[in-house]
Design a protein around this ligand. Structure first.
Ligand SMILES: [Mg+2]
Length: 259
């Protein structure tokens, strides 16, 4: 995505919000509770270990911090942590990074559309935004935990589609944020056409099923617009790659004839 459109998509943890201000005590309390309930033995994770999971999806967090626990224990740990985080926010323990509130207000006043795309849950994100009275500044708040997306790219794509975003800025603190900012939208005809409302968005329209066409080779665009035409594999002229090269040449001839 780039850059003339006045749209900014922000990550939350470690970007706008100093997550450790409420998350560290919340994780510590959740682990105490897990121990009390006999769901966890041994020493709780260190602050460093806890901090290393900030910004990850719920699934990633608990597979790291509770690798041996079952789904039920992980779910409870997740719920307790969220409850503790929200309680910490209500007690006024959370902190934004310096200048965040002022910057967001100024961007909004200058006509920017602002979004949140976070791996957290919507209730947590709303808790943070409401605590600092920032909710009215945002056009959309997206939490991966509620949308069932596995990566930040997927979440940002969904946001872009639903709000007709075609450019702008992605602001975040992790590699996944950078990747999400670079990933262009998947061509419409290749997108999931199954969930309700997908057809209305044009998903799956004019998709060509390769096996329905001669040679089972469909001349359609698979890459996002900004990558269209790029070649990622050029076989070398030796061994098996020589055969693949011959085949690929033939496929490209067929496609060149049709596109
Ligand atoms: Mg983050």
């Amino acid at each position: 995505m780039c850059c003339s459109e006045k749209t900014a998509i922000f990550d939350m943890d470690g970007t706008l919000f100093q997550s450790e201000t409420v998350a560290l005590p919340a994780f510590r309390r959740a682990f105490m509770r897990l121990r009390e309930e006999g769901l966890y033995r041994g020493d709780p994770p260190s602050d460093g270990e806890i901090q290393s999971v900030f910004g990850m999806t719920q699934e990633e967090i608990w597979s790291r911090l509770l690798p041996e626990a079952d789904e039920g224990a992980r779910k409870r740990a997740d719920r307790w942590t969220l409850e503790e985080e929200l309680a910490g926010l209500r007690r006024g323990e959370g902190r934004l990074y310096p200048g965040v509130a002022e910057t967001l207000r100024r961007l909004k006043a200058e006509g920017w559309r602002l979004f949140i795309a976070s791996n957290g849950l919507r209730s947590y994100l709303d808790g943070v935004l409401e605590t600092f009275r920032l909710s009215p500044l945002f056009t959309g708040v997206y939490g991966a935990g509620d949308h069932g997306t596995e990566t930040k790219e997927e979440l940002v794509r969904m946001l872009m589609e639903e709000h007709g975003v075609t450019g702008g800025f992605m602001v975040g603190d992790r590699k996944s944020d950078v990747r999400a900012g670079k990933a262009g939208p998947v061509p419409l005809h290749l997108r999931d056409a199954h969930y309700s409302g997908a057809k209305k968005l044009g998903h799956g329209k004019e998709y060509i099923y390769a096996h329905d066409v001669p040679h089972a080779i469909a001349a359609q665009q698979y890459l996002p617009d900004e990558l269209a035409g790029r070649r990622y594999y050029e076989p070398r002229p030796r061994g098996l790659e020589r055969d693949i090269g011959t085949r690929l040449e033939r496929i490209r001839e067929i496609l060149d004839g049709e596109m």
